[in-house]
Design a protein around this ligand. Sequence first.
Ligand SMILES: CC(C)(COP(=O)(O)OP(=O)(O)OC[C@H]1O[C@@H](n2cnc3c(N)ncnc32)[C@H](O)[C@@H]1OP(=O)(O)O)[C@@H](O)C(=O)NCCC(=O)NCCS
Length: 302
Amino acid sequence: MTTTATDLTLAPLRPDDAEAASALAERVWRAYDVAHHRPVRPEATAEEVAESVEGFARHAGREPEGAHAAWDDGRLVGVALARRRERLWGLSLLIVDPDAQGRGVGARLLEAALAGGADAELAMIVSSEDPRAMARYRLAGFELHPTLKATGRLAEEARAPVDGARDGDAGDLGWIDELGRSLRGARYGPDLAELAERARLVVVERGGARGWAFVREAGVVQAGATDPATARAVLRAALAATAPSEHDIAVGEEARVRLLSAAQGWAVDVAIAAGLRLSPGPPLCLRGVAPPTPYLPHGLVF
Ligand SMILES: CC(C)(COP(=O)(O)OP(=O)(O)OC[C@H]1O[C@@H](n2cnc3c(N)ncnc32)[C@H](O)[C@@H]1OP(=O)(O)O)[C@@H](O)C(=O)NCCC(=O)NCCS
């Protein structure tokens, strides 16, 4: 089937569309792996599908002004999800069905999503490595900050305990919300508690200095701290807490940390010392803000 942008209907994504959206995401990311010569991810387990459907339904229900769907003749061909947190607007997801890509669907969805954040002072998008995505974000006026990612197998000594490190809990989310606000310019609202449901929270406290990181399987998926020395410590503790899945091990990514822009030299140093390999990653796309530091944003909640 051929989709031209003119056949499209754009509408808010509704919680009832969550299953179709989740199935679309699965198709898009599998095609993405093939197009980018990556090992194709294993088929999602029933549990992962349920989590993904719940995520779409929750977003559509809670942020109706930031949930957009593109339909072609009754078929869901694209989704954009955005969130507004105080003065920060961010794009969490932009996907177009592989059969409908390159024909302006992504442009229309992004335009609709951006309209919801037109009055936001700060804007952030963690791009994929799709050149069409990067082009779209630049065309929308974002600064593209190149980043590295660090992946591989941790050196033996990188599992050593870190002074002042411990597992975090719900009692830590308040100060993380405050500290995150001073780093990136906005609170997280409900996002931190949701992140804590799905990822392990690692915290470092040394006197008044504090830092946190969320870890999910092989990935350190968010980190921030009051200062670079504490950020280094919390990243070391987070890398030591990684627990790779079988797929992570099969593709040689037993530990992973992303979004190392030039502003995060502290994290590059930790990654090198931990024995990880640096390679080019996707750009961090920002408007109205320099890269927060010491900070590694989460791909969906920033
Ligand atoms: C990225 C994505 C959402 C874009 O949607 P799309 O409908 O395919 O894109 P569009 O047709 O609206 O626009 C693509 C733009 O990129 C440009 N483009 C196409 N191929 C390109 C290339 N190889 N390099 C640079 N720019 C390119 C096109 O010129 C077009 O710009 P124009 O409309 O000003 O001419 C879609 O391709 C997709 O789902 N990709 C996989 C998932 C993904 O990476 N999502 C981004 C998450 S951050």
